[in-house]
Write a protein that binds this ligand. Structure first.
Ligand SMILES: [Zn+2]
Length: 159
């Protein structure tokens, strides 16, 4: 139940790693009261030894229990990384630390999970929130909002 890989086991052929990593071991420093981690991370990875690096590829999924940041509704979702890949150099300046022929993938998983972690969980992308009156109209990036005042001016010009 860990993401520690013995490099010796990789020498002949690659490894398939499939299992669950307890949240405590993943140790995501998430300081967000809207998101709770109650279930383990699931991983399904292929690990192979290149001539000077370890390559891990596959998918990661972390169940999240969230509270919508707009309407406060509780909902469950998953933080999924499909096509995840980590290239861990064994030589050079950026080489990973190897202890007793073992490399730990956990820090790399943690880092990428944090990068993709939702900042403001929403029960659905267009959640209107609790009060419709006070919520600002949603404007999609790249799409200019219609300006009613100018539209009125145009009308006046035509007349
Ligand atoms: Zn909501």
């Amino acid at each position: 139940m860990s993401l520690i890989i013995n490099l010796r086991h990789l020498e002949d052929h690659g490894l398939q790693l499939k299992g669950e990593l307890p949240v405590a071991e993943l140790d995501l420093a998430v300081n967000d009261e809207l998101i709770r981690l109650t279930r383990p991370l699931r991983y399904d990875l292929s690990v192979e030894l290149l001539h000077d690096a370890v390559l891990a590829t596959g998918s990661l999924a972390l169940p999240l229990e969230c509270e919508c940041s707009r309407c406060l509704k509780k909902f469950k979702t998953e933080l999924k990384l499909t096509g995840w890949a980590a290239h861990l150099p064994l030589e050079g300046e950026d080489k990973v630390s190897v202890e007793n022929d073992c490399v730990d993938l956990t820090p790399f998983v943690r880092e990428d999970m944090l990068l993709d972690f939702p900042q403001h969980p929403l029960c659905k992308p267009d959640c209107a929130g609790l009060k419709k009156k006070n919520s600002a109209p949603k404007v999609d990036a790249g799409q200019k909002p219609a300006l009613p005042v100018w539209a009125e001016l145009d009308k006046l010009k035509i007349k």
